[in-house]
Design a protein around this ligand. Structure first.
Ligand code: GSH
Length: 209
């Protein structure tokens, strides 16, 4: 059986959402980033980076959340894996883009949110970091909104791994309390993605932690 290492309140939520979409049986092996759980010799043998998530599928061990999702979508995904090489290229593009252009800034927003997990830092430092992150997010969020204007999903008609990999990162903005109403196409798409039963299951697991 597939083993996913991590917890739902971490980037492992990305792979939980994907595994739930696929209906693929899996076991969630609890590894936490608090208290040194990612730094044990046993876990470092799985992921030498000492980070969650990681996935074991038979003899294959993979780390990097969005790479895991691309693998799972291709191996098990039916409709989530794009049918054409061009759309597979676009799925890679959007996945790398989300990690490069959105993730860091949205993490700043999430960590500064009331339920956030920021270390003890002064309010002034946090608000300066939030202002920088908000400014840096303007362009990529408007690019995402433009890409979704006139089409329901990033690759066209159907929900795919591209949507999942971007939406699961964009969700951090919603969870941080950002207002996306000025970006109507993005807002509508993100809301619809997060209403999928597999996403709701992941969110319930996250909220239970
Ligand atoms: N690029 C990696 C990042 C993984 C990552 O940073 N995971 C965090 C939890 S969300 C972690 O394990 N941090 C522990 C640490 O940095 O010590 C991925 O997407 O899988």
């Amino acid at each position: 059986m597939i083993v996913l290492y991590g917890i739902a309140r971490s980037r492992a939520q990305r792979c939980i959402w994907m595994l739930e979409e696929l209906g693929q049986p899996y076991r969630l092996e609890t590894v936490t980033y608090r208290g040194g759980g990612t730094r044990t010799p046993e876990y470092l043998a799985v992921n030498p980076n000492g980070k969650i998530p990681a996935l074991r599928d038979g003899d294959l061990v993979l780390w990097e959340s969005l790479a895991i999702n691309l693998y799972l979508a291709e191996k098990y995904g039916g409709g989530l894996w794009p049918a054409t090489v061009e759309d597979r290229g676009r799925a890679g593009q959007w996945s790398h883009w989300a990690m490069g252009e959105l993730e860091g800034h949205l993490l700043t927003m999430l960590e500064a949110a009331p339920e956030g997990e920021a270390e003890e830092v002064s309010a002034a430092v946090v608000s300066a970091a939030v202002a920088d992150a908000e400014a840096a997010l303007k362009k990529p969020l408007s690019i995402l909104n433009d890409a979704l204007s006139g089409r329901p999903h990033l690759l066209g008609a159907d929900f795919s791994v591209a949507d999942l990999n971007v939406a699961v990162i964009a969700a951090w903005g919603l969870w941080a309390g950002m207002d996306f109403s000025a970006l109507p196409a993005l807002h509508k798409w993100l809301t619809a993605c997060l209403e999928r039963p597999a996403a709701r299951k992941m969110i319930a697991m996250r909220n239970a932690q």
